[in-house]
Design a protein. Structure first.
Length: 202
């Protein structure tokens, strides 16, 4: 179990003005307008990014609980939607680690979105990051945890109807099916054509 911290309390010793140990949840709003304030030289002075593991580590000791060499960041996990990512605090401002990785490697903050190829927002390996438009990123999201069919874009209604599986794609209704296999085939064919490399069915 990771230790929980409150990211809104900057006096919390696990922050010390910066995010320290990884946590189970890091519920904090991110203001991308803060990105302009962070220079690549400052980022590289404080942190080291490993493109093979996707992890940031502190180069210097930032507090009693964030010694040099310790992993930086905290987990944010939106349990219902399955959206999750890593947040890092630098100089009392919060940043998304995947966007920070892009900035660390290229020297430029991305204009649009940074998408995780495998859909896992905690996997910030360089090979797992790619630039995307917002609508492309949304296509690559993982299925919601409250999805009862087990397949993204397919709703299950177990109320006795003959065709309990409803298929949806980009908020468009594609039809109802009697079996999950039929529903999956219909959605997969439509999604592959519409989403291309951003297609995801899980």
């Amino acid at each position: 179990m990771f230790e929980s911290v409150n990211p809104f309390k900057w006096t919390n010793p696990s922050f010390g003005g910066m995010v320290g140990p990884l946590t189970e949840e890091c519920m904090a709003p991110i203001n991308r307008a803060n990105e302009w304030a962070l220079k690549q030289s400052r980022l590289r002075e404080l942190l080291s990014y490993d493109p093979e593991t996707g992890e940031f580590t502190w180069r210097i000791r930032t507090s009693s609980r964030t010694p040099a060499g310790s992993r930086a960041g905290c987990y944010h996990d939106q349990k219902r939607s399955n959206a999750r990512y890593v947040i890092i605090g630098i100089d009392a401002k919060l940043y998304l680690a995947h966007r920070g990785a892009w900035f660390y490697a290229t020297g430029r903050w991305p204009d649009g979105e940074i998408d995780h190829v495998d859909g896992d927002g905690w996997n910030n390996r360089w090979a797992n990051l790619r630039k995307a438009e917002r609508h492309e990123q949304m296509r690559n999201t993982m299925r919601r945890r409250d999805n009862r069919s087990g397949v993204k874009g397919i709703a299950l209604y177990d109320d006795g109807r003959a065709s309990p599986y409803q298929v949806w794609l980009n908020r468009k209704y594609l039809g109802s099916f009697g079996t999950l296999e039929e529903a999956k085939a219909a959605r997969e064919a439509a999604a592959q054509e519409a989403h291309g490399p951003f297609f995801r069915d899980t």
